[in-house]
Ligand binder design. Structure first.
Ligand code: PLP
Length: 339
């Protein structure tokens, strides 16, 4: 990212973009032609997914079990969609059978794969297959899952999948990788009205990312160089190896936290290795101790959100930070602050 700038239509930059697209396809496990990075953070990916598929009056079924599911529903409402919310208790996944009664006439079924506010994993395939059977487009938020736990865009039948650079890809924040299935691209081409966001209109964006190279907006050049390097490192390690690393080290951390008296919030069997939401032992002040970790040890853990506010931490073990020495350092620091 510190390399000297190239022009955004420089042939060298354009071939770097092609490599980014190719590496994104491999990381998303998709053959989708329409795969690129939205200029903006993960939420811009969410917005791009929904704003392109939804028109006023369309029905969107949104699974909600945390902050990011709520955000998807809000974005869909702002697209003018009729939103049918299917809620599950925070810390639990949405049961596939609960979706079925809401799918009639739905254009989109949207939900979060890895809910970062609760540390919960939503199994994608069962929901996606029910949604597809009902004729809905499947939109999946993979911001915290991509390159941390398995994401199988094509095999799971996902139509639009998006992510963010700063979670398990370990790239600074600023881009939202996204992929659209041919079915989704057709649905967008068949819209009755133009996409209300000019900036996020996928038909315009693909004219720049595709072979035409028509100027749309200036690409964030340094960010794309950063993503290129991040993806190169992910694929050099190998996706399967990387998933296994998160799984193995996540289990190590979970076991040690358990021994220290922390209590995992997410339901057993659906816990994310890369984001662990834990209540503190003995009702200790989560925010004060979090602050102490930062001040004394330069370690940042996330605070609790919603029902977890003030009583829990969210510990991220994502990408580059998911290493034995980081876990050991964290655990030593936790022992110190707990006394
Ligand atoms: C972080 C996150 C987002 C939003 O990404 P930003 O980069 O903060 O815009 C969306 N969904 C999930 C699940 C996230 O963890």
């Amino acid at each position: 990212m510190a390399r000297p700038l190239l022009g955004h239509l420089d042939p060298e930059f354009l071939s770097m973009m092609d490599e980014v697209r190719d590496m994104l396809r491999r990381t998303f496990k998709t053959a989708n032609e329409t795969t690129f990075a939205v200029s903006g953070t993960g939420s811009a990916g969410m917005e791009a997914a929904l704003v392109n598929l939804l028109e006023p009056g369309d029905i969107a079924v949104v699974g909600i079990a945390g902050v990011f599911g709520e955000r998807m529903a809000e974005v869909a409402r702002r697209c003018g969609a009729q939103v049918r919310e299917v809620r599950a208790e925070w810390g639990t996944p949405i049961e596939p059978a609960r979706i079925v009664p809401h799918l009639d006439g739905a254009k989109v079924l949207a939900f979060v794969h890895a809910e970062t506010s609760t540390g919960t994993r939503q199994p994608v395939e069962p929901l996606a297959s029910l949604g597809r059977d009902a004729g809905a487009m499947i939109v999946v938020d993979a911001v915290t899952s991509l390159a941390g736990i398995p994401v199988e865009t094509d095999a799971w039948g996902v139509d639009v999948c998006y992510s963010g650079t700063q979670k398990c890809l370990s790239v600074p924040p600023g881009l939202a990788p996204i992929t659209f299935s041919p079915r989704a691209v057709e649905a967008i081409a068949a819209r009755r009205s133009p996409v209300q966001s000019w900036y996020l209109d996928v038909s315009l964006l693909t004219r720049y990312w595709g072979s035409e190279r028509v100027y749309h907006h200036t690409a964030p050049i340094s960010m794309l160089l950063g993503l290129h390097e991040g993806l190169r490192l992910v694929l050099e390690e190998g996706l399967e190896t990387r998933w296994a690393r998160h799984e193995r080290l996540g289990a190590v951390l979970a076991k040690e936290l358990d021994a220290l008296g922390f209590e995992q919030f997410a339901q057993d069997g659906f816990r994310l290795p890369q984001l662990q939401a834990v209540r503190l032992p003995g009702g200790r002040d989560a925010d004060a101790l979090r602050r102490e970790l930062l001040d004394r040890f330069d370690v940042e853990v996330g605070g609790g959100l919603g029902p977890l506010a003030g009583t829990a931490w969210r510990i991220g073990l994502m990408g580059e930070s998911c290493h034995e020495d980081a876990i050991e350092f964290l655990l030593d620091a936790i022992r110190e602050v707990l006394g």
